[in-house]
Write a protein that binds this ligand. Structure first.
Ligand SMILES: Cc1cc2nc3c(=O)[nH]c(=O)nc-3n(C[C@H](O)[C@H](O)[C@H](O)COP(=O)(O)O)c2cc1C
Ligand SMILES: [Mn+2]
Length: 519
C-alpha cells in the first residue's frame, strides 16, 4: 500500500527486494539488465505478465468472476493490501482474460520501468530535459547532436506487420461485447474501458497525441471518449474538421501505457517518451480503416472516428477523485475496426477513493517531471503530489528561499505550469523539510504560518473533475507559505528549530550498544 512515513522515504522494502533481485539477475541474465542496474523494461503486455509471474508478482484467478462490480471489489482489496497483479482467466461473459493491478505497488512500478527506485526514472531523460543549452558553439553543437540522436533512437518505428492485427473485425463484426469490460462502481451506468491509449493526430500540425481517456461503452460499436477540456486530444477535437480519426490501443507494455498518462506539453508524442523510457522505439503498424499508426504489439486495437459536433451524455463515473464525476457532454466514438492478437488479454484498472491502482502512475509523473519543474522554477528543490489529494488538489513544494515572499512567486509559478496549473492548494516549505514526509510538512505548515499573513486565496482554472467549486473548471486556490520568514515579511524574530548537536548525536551513536536499549 502507498504509505508515506515520517523520516526519509525511498527505502520501501519492496524496492530493497528489487535491488537484490536486480543484482542476482546481473549474473544469470546479463542481457536483460539495463544501465540502471534494474531489469530491462518489458516490450509488450505478455512480456510484462511473464516478468510479473517470474517475480512472484502475479496471481492467476481461475474462478469465473463478474466484470460487473465483482472484479472492482477484488482488485480494490488487492490494491489496498499491497497485493499482487491479478489475471482473471475466466471473466464472466468473455473469452478474454482480464489483467488488473499491474501497477499497484512501488516495486511493480519499478519493475515496469526497469529501475531500482522511482527517483531513477528522471535520470533516463535528464539530458533531454536540461533546457539550458551549454555555452560555447562546440558544446551547443554537441548537445544538439546528442539530443537529435536520443530523439531519433526513441522515435516510434513503422513495421510491416503487427501481432495486434492477427484478428481483424470490421463493419458489423466489430463487437465490444467480446471484451470483459468492467462496470466499476454501482452508480456507473455502463461498462467503461479504463486503460486505453487513445491516439489522435492534431488536425493542424499532424502531431500525434496519445492520452488515456476512459471510454464508456454505448453499444457493440460505439463508446464515449472522455477527454477533459484541458487535455491535448480535446484541443484537437475543438479544432477538427468534419471527422477526427481515432485509434485506441489496449494492452501495451507498461511503459507505453504509462506514457499515455504523462502530461507532456501539447505537440510532444507520448510514444517518443515511451521509446526513451524503454530504451527501444515503439513499433507501429498502419491501422486497417483509418490513417493512423497503432502499436504493433498491442493486444487489442479499436479504430474509428468522432464526428464534428456529435456529443452525448457520458457518465456518471466513479472517478479517481473518490467521487462520481457527473454526467456531461462528450464525443461519441464510432468503431470501424477492432483488431486483436490471437488469445488477446484485456487489461483494466479501477480508480476510486485514493489510494487506488493509479497512485503509482501519478508518482512516476511526479518523479519524471521534477527536473523540468526545477528548470522552470530553479528555487524548487523537490515536490510531492499527495495521492490522497488526487494529484490536483494539493502540491507540496520545498524551496531554497533567498528573498522575501518567494513562496508566493513559487506558488504563482506552479499555478502557471502545464497540468500543475489546475492545483487547488500549494504548500511551500523550506528546503530542509522533506515534502514527502507529511508529518514534517504538517508540523511546519501549522507552526510556521500566521494564517492571516501566510495563507492567501487566488483563483484560476481547476480540474474538470473538481466538484467543490461553484463553477466547472474554475474556482479558488489557496497558497500556504510555511517557510521561515523575516521582518521584511512582517514576522518578529524567528526562533531556531530544535536540533541536537552533531557531537552529541555522534557520541550517542558510538555508545548506543552500551545502553542496552532495543529500538
Ligand atoms: C487510469 C487513468 C484514467 C484516466 N482517465 C482520464 C479521462 O477519462 N479523461 C481525461 O481527460 N484524463 C484521464 N486521465 C488523465 C490523462 O490520462 C492525463 O491527463 C494525460 O496526460 C492525458 O494526455 P494528454 O496530456 O495528451 O491529453 C486518466 C489517467 C489515468 C491514469
Ligand atoms: Mn499529450
Amino acid at each position: 500500500m502507498l504509505q508515506h512515513r515520517p523520516g526519509k522515504r525511498r527505502a520501501a522494502s519492496g524496492v530493497r527486494r528489487l535491488r537484490a533481485a536486480g543484482r542476482a539477475r546481473t549474473v544469470e541474465a546479463a542481457d536483460r539488465v539495463c544501465e540502471t542496474g534494474g531489469l530491462a523494461p518489458p516490450l509488450d503486455l505478455r512480456d510484462w505478465i511473464a516478468l510479473l509471474e517470474r517475480e512472484g508478482e502475479l496471481t492467476r484467478v481461475a474462478a469465473e468472476v463478474d466484470p460487473d462490480l465483482e472484479i472492482t471489489e477484488i482488485a480494490d482489496r488487492a490494491v489496498k493490501a499491497g497485493g499482487p497483479a491479478l489475471l482473471f482467466e475466466h471473466p464472466k461473459g468473455s473469452r478474454l482474460p482480464l489483467l488488473i493491478n499491474q501497477f499497484g505497488t512501488e516495486r511493480r512500478m519499478c519493475l515496469a520501468l526497469g529501475v531500482l527506485a522511482l527517483d531513477e526514472v528522471a535520470g533516463k531523460l535528464a539530458s533531454l530535459l536540461e533546457l539550458e543549452l551549454p555555452r560555447g558553439a562546440r558544446a551547443k553543437l554537441r548537445k544538439a547532436l546528442e539530443l537529435k540522436a536520443a530523439a531519433a533512437s526513441a522515435e516510434p518505428r513503422n513495421v510491416r506487420r503487427g501481432a495486434c492485427q492477427e484478428i481483424v473485425l470490421t463493419g458489423d463484426d466489430v463487437d465490444l461485447g467480446l471484451l470483459p469490460v468492467q462496470r466499476c462502481w454501482p452508480d456507473d451506468p455502463a461498462p467503461f474501458i479504463t486503460l486505453p491509449a487513445v491516439i489522435t493526430l492534431d488536425p493542424e500540425t499532424k502531431a500525434r497525441n496519445v492520452g488515456m481517456y476512459r471510454m464508456q461503452v454505448v453499444d457493440e460499436r460505439t463508446t464515449f471518449l472522455h477527454w477533459q477540456v484541458h487535455k491535448d486530444a480535446a484541443a484537437s477535437w475543438r479544432g477538427m474538421g468534419e471527422r477526427l480519426e481515432v485509434a485506441v490501443a489496449i494492452g501495451l507494455d507498461p511503459i507505453t501505457t504509462y506514457a499515455a498518462t504523462a502530461p507532456l506539453p501539447r505537440g510532444l508524442d507520448e510514444l517518443m517518451l515511451a521509446g526513451l523510457l524503454r530504451g527501444r522505439p515503439v513499433e507501429l503498424v498502419a491501422a486497417k480503416t483509418v490513417q493512423l499508426d497503432v502499436p504493433a504489439q498491442a493486444e487489442i486495437v479499436l479504430e474509428g472516428y468522432v464526428e464534428r459536433g456529435e456529443v452525448g451524455i457520458e457518465g456518471p463515473f466513479g472517478d479517481h477523485t473518490g467521487f462520481y464525476s457527473p454526467a456531461g457532454p462528450f464525443p461519441l466514438f464510432h468503431i470501424t475496426a477492432m483488431t486483436m492478437r490471437e488469445d488477446a488479454i484485456y487489461p483494466s484498472i479501477v480508480v476510486g477513493k485514493p489510494p487506488a491502482e493509479d497512485a503509482w502512475l501519478g508518482k512516476v509523473t511526479e518523479r519524471l517531471f521534477l527536473p523540468a519543474l526545477r528548470s522552470a522554477v530553479p528555487e524548487i528543490v523537490d515536490f510531492d503530489l499527495p495521492v490522497a489529494g488526487a494529484f490536483h488538489n494539493c502540491v507540496i513544494v520545498s524551496i531554497r528561499k533567498s528573498f522575501p515572499n518567494q513562496a508566493r512567486k513559487v506558488a504563482n509559478a506552479v499555478w502557471g505550469l502545464g497540468m500543475l496549473s489546475l492545483t487547488k492548494a500549494v504548500v511551500v516549505v523550506d528546503d530542509h523539510v522533506d515534502p514527502h514526509d507529511y508529518e514534517d510538512v504538517f508540523f511546519h505548515a501549522c507552526a510556521n504560518i500566521d494564517p492571516k499573513r501566510d495563507v492567501w486565496i487566488s483563483e484560476g482554472p481547476l480540474d474538470q473533475l473538481d466538484h467543490s467549486a461553484a463553477r466547472e473548471c474554475f474556482g479558488g486556490k489557496m497558497g500556504i507559505d510555511a517557510t521561515r520568514k523575516d521582518a521584511s515579511e512582517g514576522a518578529r524574530e524567528w526562533p531556531q528549530e530544535i536540533e541536537m548537536s552533531a557531537e552529541v548525536k555522534q557520541l550517542v551513536e558510538q555508545r548506543w550498544h552500551e545502553y542496552g536499549i532495543a529500538l
